[in-house]
Ligand binder design. Structure first.
Ligand code: F6P
Length: 523
C-alpha cells in the first residue's frame, strides 16, 4: 500500500468517509454538521460552504496537508530545487511574477524574468512605432498551442474591457489550416506581426502554422524575399533559439522561454507577449502583480484561510473519499468562458497521472476530468445532470461582480449563479439522492490584477494536489508518447499511397484494426 494511503490523516479520512456513508449516500455530511468555509484575499472571495464538510473531515484534511509537507515542497520549488525530477528541472513560474527583493524565490530566475520583460516592452514599443515592420503593427497573430496559446488566449478574452483599441490580437493553434486561415481574415499584411511561441520550437502544429504564415506573407508580397519577410514580420518566444534562428527569425527578435517554466504555467513569461500587445505592458504587469499577491498568500496564509489549499483539500475529499471522477467549472461570465479550457490543460496535464514520483503505480485516484463552460448557457445544457443525475460532480462557480472597468455584472446573471448553487445544495431535492458539492469564487472586479490572482490560485491548487498525491505535476510523458507515435505513423504514410514500411509503423498504432484505419485514412 502507498505511503499516502498508510498516512494517519488518510486513514482518518477513510474512517470518516465510511461512517458518513453508513448514514448517507456517498459519504455525505448531514446539513446540520456542515461547517462554513470562507476565505479571501483582496478582490477574491472563496465560499466553499457548499462542499458541506463536517469539522472532523476538515480537520483531517488539514492534517493531511501538513503530513504531506506541502509547505516544504513549496519552499523547495521556489528556491529552485529540481522538483521536476523526470526532466531534472526546477519549477520557477512564480519567479516570473516576483520582485527582486522577494527573497523566498530564486534570484537568478527573477533577474532573467525582469530582463525579458524589458525586452518585451522594447519590442512592443518598436512594433507600435513602425520600427519593427516598417508600418505600425495593428494585427498580432499568436502562433502556438497548449500552454503557448491557452493562457494568453484566455486572458485576452477575459480582459475584454482592457483591450487597447488599436491593437487586434488573434490566435492560431490547430494543425487544421482552417484555424490560421480564419485568423488571417481581413487583416492588413503590412501591419501584421506573427509571434511564434513554442518552448521547444519542435511542436508540429506550431511549425506548420509558422510555415503557412510565411507562405501567406510571400503571397501578399510576391516581389519580396521570403527570408526578409520572416525577419520583418516574425517574433519568436522559445527555449530553442537555434531552431528559431534557422527559421529566419533574427536573434534580437527572439525572447526566452526557459526550461524552468512549464508550458501550462508560462502565461507570465514572454509567452504572454500577445496579451501584452493586447492590454499593454502596464496591464501585463498588473496581471503579474495579482499572481504575486496569490503567491504570497499561498506561502503565508494559515491552511484554514489559504485559498489554494482549501480548494485542494475539498478536491481530495471529493475525488478520493466521495469518488467524484469529474469536476465542473462554471464561470458566470461570458468574458471567462475560456477558463475551463485553460484549466483542463493545467489540471489534467499536471495531475492526470497514475505513476507517482517514485515510479510506483498509484493506488488512489488522481486528477478528475475537468470540464465546464459559461453560465447561463450551461443551464440549458448539462445542469439537468448536475441537479438530478447519478454522478457526483463537484462544481466551482466563478462569479465576477463587475467587469474590468467596474461596471456591475447583470443582476439576473448573479441571481442565476446563486440560484444554481442554492438548488445544488438543497437537502429536500425530490429526485436527487443527495446534494452536489460546490464552491463559489466571487471576484470583485474582473481586471488584470484579479485575473492574475485567480489563475495563480488554480496553479497552486494543482501543485498542492500533486504534492499530496505524490505526483510530479510538471512533466507530461503521456503527451510526449502520443507525439512520437503520430510522427512514426506520418513518416510511414506519404502522399500517393502507403509507402514500404508504413505497415510496420501503422502497427505501432497497437492493433490490426487501427493499423488498417491508419492506412485507409492516410493513403
Ligand atoms: O501538449 C503538450 C505540450 O508539450 C504542452 O505541455 C505544451 O504547452 C505544448 O505541448 C506546446 O509545447 P511548445 O511550447 O514546446 O510548442
Amino acid at each position: 500500500m502507498s505511503s499516502l494511503r498508510q498516512s494517519p490523516a488518510w486513514q482518518g479520512l477513510q474512517t470518516l468517509a465510511a461512517e458518513q456513508a453508513s448514514t448517507a449516500d456517498r459519504a455525505q455530511t448531514s446539513p446540520a454538521a456542515a461547517i462554513p468555509i470562507c476565505a479571501e484575499i483582496g478582490g477574491l472571495h472563496l465560499d466553499a460552504s457548499g462542499q458541506q464538510l463536517s469539522q472532523p473531515v476538515f480537520d483531517a484534511l488539514l492534517q493531511l496537508v501538513q503530513e504531506r509537507k506541502v509547505a516544504d515542497w513549496t519552499h523547495r520549488m521556489l528556491q529552485g530545487e529540481a522538483i521536476n525530477q523526470s526532466e531534472q528541472r526546477p519549477v520557477l513560474h512564480a519567479a516570473l511574477r516576483a520582485q527582486t527583493h522577494d527573497r523566498h524565490c530564486d534570484s537568478g530566475a527573477i533577474s532573467e524574468a525582469l530582463a525579458a520583460r524589458q525586452s518585451m516592452r522594447r519590442l512592443i514599443d518598436q512594433a507600435c512605432s513602425g520600427a519593427l515592420t516598417g508600418t505600425p503593427v495593428r494585427h498580432v497573430i499568436n502562433i502556438g498551442i497548449g500552454g503557448s496559446d491557452n493562457g494568453p488566449r484566455l486572458a485576452c478574452t477575459a480582459l475584454r474591457t482592457a483591450l487597447l483599441p488599436d491593437m487586434d490580437v488573434r490566435f492560431a493553434a490547430n494543425l487544421d489550416p482552417a484555424d490560421l486561415h480564419s485568423a488571417l481574415q481581413g487583416i492588413d499584411p503590412a501591419a501584421t506581426l506573427f509571434i511564434a511561441v513554442s518552448k521547444s520550437f519542435r511542436t508540429e502544429e506550431t511549425l506548420a502554422n509558422a510555415r503557412r504564415a510565411r507562405d501567406w506573407l510571400q503571397q501578399q508580397f510576391p516581389s519580396e524575399d521570403s527570408a526578409m519577410l520572416v525577419a520583418r514580420h516574425f517574433i519568436a518566444v522559445t527555449g530553442n533559439s537555434a531552431v528559431a534562428s534557422s527559421f529566419g527569425i533574427p536573434a534580437e527578435r527572439v525572447l526566452p522561454l526557459w526550461d524552468w517554466v512549464g508550458g501550462r504555467f508560462s502565461l507570465w513569461s514572454p509567452a504572454g507577449l500577445a496579451l501584452a500587445f493586447a492590454i499593454g505592458m502596464d496591464g501585463f504587469e498588473q496581471l503579474l502583480a495579482g499572481a504575486r499577491a496569490m503567491d504570497q498568500h499561498f506561502q503565508s496564509a494559515p491552511i484554514e484561510k489559504n485559498l489554494p489549499l482549501l480548494l485542494a483539500m475539498v478536491d481530495i475529499w471529493n475525488v478520493n473519499f466521495r469518488h467524484a471522477d469529474s469536476h465542473a467549472v462554471i464561470p458566470y461570465s461570458h468574458d471567462l468562458r475560456s477558463l475551463p479550457l485553460w484549466l483542463q490543460q493545467l489540471e489534467m496535464e499536471s495531475n492526470g497521472k497514475s505513476i507517482d514520483r517514485d515510479g510506483a503505480l498509484v493506488d488512489y485516484a488522481t486528477s478528475p476530468i475537468v470540464w465546464g463552460s459559461a453560465g447561463t448557457d450551461s443551464q440549458h445544457s448539462y445542469h439537468q445532470l448536475l441537479h438530478q443525475g447519478t454522478a457526483l460532480t463537484p462544481v466551482d462557480f466563478i462569479l465576477p461582480l463587475a467587469d474590468g472597468k467596474g461596471m456591475a455584472a447583470d443582476r439576473a446573471l448573479i441571481a442565476n449563479a446563486l440560484a444554481q448553487a442554492t438548488a445544488l445544495s438543497h437537502p429536500d431535492s425530490p429526485t436527487r439522492r443527495g446534494r452536489q458539492p460546490w464552491s463559489m469564487l466571487v471576484i470583485q472586479q474582473l481586471d488584470a490584477h484579479n485575473l492574475g490572482m485567480l489563475l495563480a490560485l488554480y496553479e497552486h491548487k494543482v501543485f498542492a494536489e500533486g504534492v499530496i498525491w505524490n505526483l510530479n505535476s510538471f512533466d507530461q510523458p503521456g503527451v510526449e508518447a502520443g507525439k512520437l507515435l503520430a510522427q512514426q505513423i506520418a513518416r510511414g504514410v506519404q502522399p500517393g499511397g502507403v509507402q514500404p514500411g508504413a505497415g510496420k509503423n501503422a502497427e505501432a498504432a497497437t492493433d490490426a484494426a487501427l493499423a488498417a484505419l491508419v492506412k485507409r485514412a492516410l493513403s
